[in-house]
Every structure is written in C-alpha cells, then in structure tokens.
Design a protein. Sequence first.
Length: 467
Amino acid sequence: MNTATGQITASPPDTSRLARLGLAMRRHRNAIIAAQWLVVASYLVLVAVPAFLPLPPDQAHLWSNLTRFAQFAFWGIWWPFVILSIMVLGRVWCGVLCPEGALTEWVSRFGLGRGIPRWMTWGGWPFVAFVMTTVFGQMTSVYDYPKPALLILGGSTVAAIAVGLVWGREKRVWCKHLCPVSGVFGLLAKVAPVHFRVDRSAWDAAPAGHRTSREHGINCAPLINIRRMESASACHACGRCAGERNAVQLALRSPDAEILRPSGAPENAAEETNAWPARLLVFGMLGVALGAFQWSASPWLVAAKQAAAGWLVDRDIWWPLNETGHWWLFTYYPEVNDVFTWLDGGLLLAYIAAETLVVGGWIWGWLRLAGMLTGLPWRRLSQTLIPFAGISVFVGLSLLTTSQLAGERLVLPWANDARIALLALAALWSTTLAWRLAGRNRAAAALGILAATAVPLAAWGTQFFVW
Ligand code: SF4
C-alpha cells in the first residue's frame, strides 16, 4: 500500500542475482533468438547430412567423422543432459535452445493462424507420441544409424513446422499439444528448483491500464495464462515475461514445492482429473523407456529368440526368419551385418511390451494401494515418482554416452556404480516425497512408493551387474 496516495502498488522488484538473470533474458531477447538460430543451423546439419554419407568405418572417431560426431552430440550429450537440465532449470531448453520450438514459432508468423482444433487438445497425445517415437526408434536402431535419426527427428521437425504453418500466430502450438517429449519435460520441470514465479497479488495490483499481457507486448509462445501460472510444467522459461508488473521473476524454490502442494488445491485440479501425465510417468518413462533401454542387453531376449526360432524351424515356417528389407521399419544394414528379421522385430516389440506391463503394472498397483490407504488420488501420488523416473531416463540415456566414449577407448569403470547410487538416491527422494505428501497413513504412502521403485531398481541392477 502506498501510504501517501492510498493506492495499492506492486511489490518492489526482486534484485537477486537470479531475478536479474531473468530480467536480462527479457532485455537480451535478440541474443536468445541468435542462439536459437545457431542451434537450428547446427541441428539441421547434424540431423540431415550424415543420412547421405556412407556408414562410418569401424575405426572412425567422433572427432574425425561427422556421423559419429552427430551420434555423440544427439544421443551422448543432447538427450541425457537436456533431461538433467530440465530437472534443475525447468524448460530452459524449450524456451531458449530447442530448434523445433524456434522453427514452429517462427513459421507461425507467416502461416494461416487458425485456432487450435479440438482433437489436438486431447490429453493423451504426449503419451501416444512418446511411446510411438520411443518404440519406433528401437525398431529402426535410431541411436546407431543416421537415416532413422533423420526420419524420426527430422520428421518431428517437419511436423512441428507444418503445425506452425496452420495453427496459431507466433505461438508454439506443436510444443503445447503434440511434441513427443513435451509431456515428459512437463513432468520433470515440476521438480526444478529454478522457475519463473508469478506473484498474483502484485500482478493484480498493477495499474488498470496495464491489465492485459498484450498491452505489454508479452508473447507467451506456449499459450500460458501468466497471471494464473502456478506450475513450471508448461512454462518454457523463455524469460519474455520476466519483471512484468513487478510480478514475474526468475526465482529459486524447493524442488519438492510443486509436488507437495496441498491435494485439492485449485492448481492441482487439472492434474488430479487428467490421468495421462500419470500414465506417461508410470507406463511411459518407467515402462516403455526401461524396455527400450534394456532389450538389447537382455540374455532373456536371446533365449526367447532361440526358442522361437527352434519352434518355427521344427514347423518349417521360415518367413519370420527372413530379412525384412526396409530400413524405415526395422533395422536393415546388410553392409555391416546388422539386419532385423521379422522374428527379431516381433520379439523386440514383445519384450518392450512385456517390460512395460510388468514394471508399469507393478508400480501402478502400488500407487493404487497406497492411494486407497492414504486417501490420495493415485495420479497425484504418482508425482512423487518424478525424481525417480527422471533419473531412470537419464541413466538409460547415459548408457549411450558411455558406450560411445568406450568406442573411443575412454572407459568409465565407475559409471554403473554411480548410476545405481543415483537411482537409489532418487528412489529415496521419491519415498520422502510420498511420506510428506500423505496427510494420513504416511508410512503406507512411503512404503508403497519404496515398493514401487523396487522392481525398476532391480531391473537396472540386473542390467548393470548381472547381465
Ligand atoms: S510464462 Fe510464457 S512468457 Fe513467461 S517465461 Fe514462461 S513461457 Fe516464457
């Protein structure tokens, strides 16, 4: 309150280093746009050019061969550390560096600018898109070959551009509704200790002439109602609204804060009625992704393949043992003796499906039980597993980092110990979150989450130390 005039005024601007960084992001928007275009150019070269080059010879190095370099950049550095960065900084990757986000937003300036159709707002798209791209990536060995990388990453970029050309004006409709990793990023950002915080009372106290974000020229590309923003899930942390009405600032928070908001709070309502984020967490990040990371190392798959092949040969059925002949469906590189038959492909799909059902079903069962005992919706309780699921995905992607480094004779013998220690710490974090979230029967909540993490933890331990 301004005691001299009797009017309500906005709270004084925060001058912390982080808040100043947020304001600098807004002030230096052109520098961010320049960085985005630099990433776009590098991305297009790395995703497109290797697909038209011959496969690298065995002795090729990542510093001397573009294909090897692109593989390391995409799968060894980009994906694992984007996952980690989102758990720490929120979706800065999306708002500052993502080439697809930059392209879809840029082309939407010149497109048709149509309204978002109803079908696109279906909450299941992030789950479906994540599962489809993950499974298709395994079918085509996307980590190992540049053509499927161009098909999957490039295809996603073309789709992002097409969506930008039809729907929205200077917006990121693709990112909000259809991006295959947007759902995962939205979950992980909930535990980020860095976020853009909105002080609603300060916002409302702003002079009447400044009531709409448009009057201030803020273009929130992922279409967020900034005044009501309570979660870091949808915010791309682009910094465009930093300092607005002295109400928005880049700030620190407890990484537990968003998960531990009281159940039934208005900001939780959408999450408690929408089951898709919980399904993505349980059956996507801890089911399909785990299967995708594990199948190629599994001796069970080899045993199943031998048994199935024997069964087919005994019955004189040969076609599943023949080559498929389509690189865009199943791995097909006869020049390096890497060819999936229909049997290989079918078993790979069956393995991922089985691991999804076993691990995801196990976790889901414990969430339901703990939910019943604590009175919490299982979807809400599932959020306590975000740290564990995020670290599980990071650990899986880090396998690509170390295997590529091992190809360069840089072996990290401590890597698996570090991975299992990280996973155990993340399981502990999830367990304490469940304890603190439950209003009653805290022990049941904590034990339920501990039990839920046991099977995926055992699956990782088996891969690291038994297989
Ligand atoms: S609320 Fe919108 S404009 Fe503000 S930082 Fe997040 S994405 Fe950017």
